[in-house]
Design a protein around this ligand. Structure first.
Ligand SMILES: *Cc1c(COP(=O)(O)O)cnc(C)c1O
Length: 368
């Protein structure tokens, strides 16, 4: 059923294209770009965004799980899809939809090789991830000989790429650690190439890696948050265009006399008469509770209206005592990256979480 919710996430496809081209311009010609569209494209919307990026010529898509890739295929995406957190239980789905698994452990590699043999696959594209310091998914350097032993001369699969992930690409205090990761990765690639040949391409950088470590661009870069308008620093973010605008309306306005309480748990008591607007977005929609009680705000007719009292599941209350407005008026929750960053700081989190928390209940609309 079509989503008719009055709270809308407007997605600017022109800004998305701009950001994609911006990152393209930051890498050497010939460097591939993988657009990371996991988790509903960071909470925005995956399929229209992927379609737009495919038309821009993106080389790869990255998703976390197979079913995210299935959704892209069902919507006509033809571009290769790398599944970053491939699960053994999903291998059948991979082959049915031509999704390319990241194999990151001896267990997953053995399982996939057995599956490939059983199903008589021919040169099926797989990707190998090595751990170089993040200590999350990936083979350890010490497992390299075992990996080589397993994949050497295997005709069921094709080692399409080898990759790693940087722990702190955005952090200027961790340059030394990052350089060490890059150098370890180069050694891993060299060792692999000397035993199985130069048959695969390599990649390591996320958005901040692209900005901070040109030496780690290799053959492809993996861009997530940057496409959606956020760099690793305010100066970098300023070079990008804003993609996501979260908008709502005023459902009701009420005048609350002096000495009354507002919203759950009576967290706010009026010290004078206040005019309060009720907005249909709540913590179930990603408007997080720490933004309540005057910490967060919305913008109505160009003026800031702070939250009053606790954030509810489906709504917030904001103070419009000094704002001329009426029921049905437009409310801007955010329409620039700066506000998202501010909300993230208030919630002691990062822009990624503010975006991915925007619930599926909110309507997605696209502007060009
Ligand atoms: C999510 C993810 C990315 C994208 O990171 P951004 O910081 O959003 O650019 C890149 N690579 C891997 C392995 C990821 O999981």
């Amino acid at each position: 059923m079509q989503n008719h919710h009055v709270t809308k996430l407007e997605i600017n496809l022109t800004a998305l294209k701009y950001n994609y081209q911006y990152f393209k311009s930051q890498t050497k010609p010939g460097t591939k770009t993988l657009a990371v569209v996991k988790a509903f494209a960071y909470g925005l919307e995956p399929t229209t965004l992927a379609n737009t990026l495919e038309k821009e010529g993106v080389d790869y898509f990255g998703v976390a799980y197979a079913y995210e890739g299935v959704k892209l295929r069902e919507n006509g995406i033809k571009t290769p899809i790398l599944v970053l957190h491939a699960q053994v239980a999903h291998y059948k789905l991979f082959v049915e939809h031509l999704l390319e698994p990241n194999l990151y452990s001896i267990h997953t590699l053995k399982k996939f090789l057995a599956f490939a043999k059983e199903n008589d696959l021919d040169n099926y594209p797989i990707h190998l991830k090595f751990n170089t310091g993040l200590n999350r998914l990936g083979f350890d350097h010490s497992e390299i000989n075992q990996v080589i032993e397993l994949i050497k001369n295997n005709k069921n699969v094709k080692i399409t790429s080898v990759f790693s992930h940087i722990s702190a690409s955005e952090d200027p205090n961790e340059i030394e650690f990052t350089e060490q990761q890059i150098s370890t990765f180069k050694n891993i690639v060299k060792q692999l190439r000397s035993s199985i040949g130069n048959i695969f391409f390599v990649h390591m950088s996320n958005t901040s890696g692209v900005i901070n470590y040109p030496d780690a661009h290799f053959d492809m870069v993996r861009i997530g948050i940057g496409l959606y308008g956020f760099g690793n620093h305010i100066k970098e973010t300023e070079k990008l265009q804003n993609v996501a605008n979260l908008k709502s309306i005023i459902s009701q306005i009420r005048t609350v006399p002096k000495g009354e309480s507002i919203s759950y748990n009576r967290a706010f008591i009026t010290s004078k008469e206040e005019k309060i607007a009720i907005i249909p977005i709540g913590h179930a929609d990603g408007f997080s509770r720490p933004l309540g009680c005057g910490n967060g705000y919305v913008t109505i007719r160009g003026q800031r209206a702070k939250t009053v009292g606790n954030v509810c599941m489906d709504m917030i209350l904001v103070n419009v005592t000094d704002i001329y407005c009426k029921e049905g008026d437009e409310v801007i929750v955010f329409d620039q990256q700066k506000t998202v960053e501010e909300f993230a700081a208030i919630c002691q989190t990062i822009s990624y979480e503010i975006l991915t928390a925007i619930s599926q209940r909110i309507q997605r609309v696209f502007i060009k």
